[in-house]
Design a protein around this ligand. Structure first.
Ligand code: FES
Ligand SMILES: [Fe+2]
Length: 425
């Protein structure tokens, strides 16, 4: 989809007014996933999701339904649970004066009630945010008037119908502070144009063949093939060489795979991955296409959710602004795996927190990918400085390969415009 070719102003990333307008008019109105359903399996389990000044207290209530409350006491505003915390509560008692609400949001205790004849059970219930579940994640929207999640997600539910993505569990979860505005950080993962240069040492760049789609208003996608030679490769590889490349990250101690005569590496490897995953997770994946098995299929749900519904690369990303620095953001990276048909699924793992200079390779669950992600981080710091040192006032985007970044930027602007904010650029 062609979305225009005007430069994107650097002030979108560097202006404090712009960032404030995003909090006021965009983050307050979009659907965003807050946690996985497995984070709150039992009645009383809660999880706090924060983005900038906004904070949601998500809870599994007594009847098993999920509710979300604005995380602030109805007395004098104290947050009922700390930013980024999760745990179990029989009820929510404010740490300041002890006002207490049930899991269903009813005011059940108010010390010295005689002093508050003006407080009613209805007026001082905990107000609810909109909440819904999709793809195994709990989504919230801070706007009471927002359209339902299913409408917001457009094509996504239909596209995900064949992936069983809500039948996966969280195997690994890291959260890294990135040296870039949240939009620049997200945009580094919206295109594969950078792969040939940035990831050249990992030879990932040999395989750049990528399709980009926009599904307005909120969804975009790329499909980045694996196991096919790029047309840009000067000398084509043999199928055995391609197979060796595909299997380069297999665990040590495994025999190198031998490609049967006359078979394409991609066909052979897809069957191999399906077999290995079937053994590991006790499910049958032989019906999946090569693409659904091997390719890097990345869906983006504006403004900050990324899903890789393919079998081999089951990642989920989320980007959030750092409220204390416009030049930093928080990146959640989760690895999802198919829920075994028999056997227990472990509870969601502890989040491994990485600071700006900590390498992704510290988290073994992400294997060889850690090095690749580290290469992306070093670009971000340089780009962030360049936003301010540039003589040119904005960035020039490719019409096709970088259209998803333009889509993100345009969508932010639409929310800001609807909120009455006009950028200075
Ligand atoms: S601020 Fe919460 S009880 Fe007073
Ligand atoms: Fe990258």
């Amino acid at each position: 989809m062609y979305l225009g070719d005007a430069d994107v102003p650097y002030t979108n990333y560097t202006s404090a007014e712009y960032a404030q307008a995003e909090y006021d008019h965009m983050w307050s109105k979009v659907w965003q996933w807050a946690c996985h359903v497995d984070h709150i399996p039992e009645s009383g389990d809660y999880y706090v999701y924060d983005v900038g000044p906004h904070s949601a207290l998500i809870v599994r209530t007594t009847d098993g339904t999920i509710k979300a409350y604005y995380n602030a006491c109805m007395h004098r505003g104290t947050q009922l649970r700390g930013a980024g915390t999760c745990g179990f509560a029989a009820q929510f008692k404010c740490p300041f004066h002890g006002w207490t609400w049930s899991l269903d949001g009813d005011l059940v205790d108010l010390p010295d009630r005689w002093d508050f004849p003006h407080v009613g059970d209805e007026t001082h219930r905990l107000p609810q945010l909109q909440v819904d579940v999709f793809a195994g994640f709990v989504w919230v929207n801070f706007d009471p008037d927002a359209a339902p999640l299913q409408d917001y997600l457009g094509v996504l539910p239909a596209h995900f119908a064949e992936f069983d993505i809500d039948d996966r569990y969280v195997e690994a979860h890291l959260r890294k502070r990135l040296p870039a505005n949240w939009k620049a950080a997200a945009e580094a993962f919206l295109e594969a144009y950078h792969v040939r240069e940035t990831h050249a040492t990992g030879k990932l760049g040999d395989e750049v063949t990528t399709q980009y789609d926009i599904f307005p208003p909120n969804i975009s996608r790329f499909v980045h093939t694996s196991g096919l030679d790029s047309p840009q490769r000067p000398v084509p590889r043999t199928e055995q060489q391609i197979l060796a490349h595909l299997t380069r990250n297999l665990r040590l101690g495994q025999e190198p795979l031998q490609l049967p005569e006359g078979m394409r590496a991609r066909d052979f490897y897809a069957k191999y991955v399906q077999g290995e995953m079937s053994k590991k997770y006790g499910r049958d994946f032989s019906h999946l296409s090569e693409s659904l098995t091997l390719d890097s299929i990345e869906y983006f749900a504006f403004p900050n959710a990324f899903f890789f519904p393919g079998l081999q690369l089951g990642m989920v990303y989320r980007f959030r602004p750092d409220p204390n620095s416009i030049d930093h953001s928080y990146f959640d990276l989760l690895m999802l795996r198919p829920r075994p048909l028999d056997g227990e699924v472990p509870p969601p793992p502890e989040v491994v927190e990485l600071d700006v200079d900590d390498s992704y390779t510290l988290v073994p669950a992400f294997g060889g990918l850690g090095k690749v992600y580290d290469e992306d981080t070093s670009n971000m710091a340089a780009q962030t400085r360049g936003f301010r040192s540039s003589r040119k006032r904005g960035q020039t985007l490719g019409n096709y390969q970088e259209v998803r970044a333009r889509h993100l930027q345009q969508r932010v602007r639409e929310f800001l415009a609807a909120g009455g904010f006009t950028p200075a650029d």
